[in-house]
Design a protein around this ligand. Sequence first.
Ligand code: HPA
Ligand code: ZN
Length: 349
Amino acid sequence: MNETAERRSTKNVRAFLRDLPKTELHLHLEGSLEPEMLMHLARKNRVDIPFRSVEEIRAAYRFTELRSFLDIYYQGMNVLCGEEDFYDLTMAYLKRAAADGAVHVEVFYDPQGHTARGVPIAAVTDGILAALADGREQLGITSLLILCILRHLPEDDGFATFRQAEPWIADGRIAGLGLDSTEKGNPPGKFLRLFAAAREAGLKLVAHAGEEGPAVYVADTLDVLGVDRIDHGNRALEDPALVRRLAERGITLTVCPLSNLRLCGVTDMRHHPLKRMLDAGLKVTVNSDDPSYFGGYLLDNYVAVAEALELGRHDLVALVRNSIEGSFLEGPVKQAHLGRIERVLETGG
Ligand code: HPA
Ligand code: ZN
């Protein structure tokens, strides 16, 4: 393809994907903190950061694996202090997601990354929830909030956070419990009691697995923690029997292509396992994970795999359908969004 044709085709794919009603199911709000906001909040809140400019911040975003990213990610979130900071962070993300054609998002936050610095969980949670409510009203984007537990910390620390979050769990404004941070050396079984308590409390359950950890972590996340959805799940491919089980049970996997590339889980997007996962019958979705750090929001992730893996419309629509079906929305709402996909396809998609 010559350059002009290539540019035209990129534009078409982007416009096609933009119009389809998508959800985003794997997004860390703290990972949407853009360097400009980071710099602004550091000055406003008088937090010391080892960077003098937005360019210096961007230059530091070169990672070799998950751990090297997490070090920078935890450092970045230190500038978030007051309720309004969490509001602004969340609102900025929702505007980007809405501009990408997302109709619904299920977002993660890491309260332990804030309470450990003395920021009250109420400031964090209320700031985020106020923006989610305004996003619904002003942007027409619906949302659910998922509290993530940091797996490098002891289970007891997670339990303390779970108890602090009780008021928002009781009134349903926290919809789910997730598990993130350093996967290797922190197997799912470490959080068995906490996930059982969260299930008892009526929360939806998700957990990162198979991003850098082995396939057995994916199996244990399913069998031991009893999750409703797996975040990433890439390394499940190493166990064909597990792949069959995930496919038969229709377990949704929230795959994050640009994240996998930037954290060196894949060396080239053309080798990304997403197409193999789809072809194996897995319920794969596309998500941005930490878009500020990994160089792209939801639509950028779709376009990246569409081009590198030369996905046709059939696969792209399947990914979008999976994102609706794999969400925690109620059945009739899912049906309404799925109906909209059909209408976009009929009217010139
Ligand atoms: N993996 C694990 N933990 C995380 C990530 C991730 O990609 N982003 C934020 N916390
Ligand atoms: Zn993640």
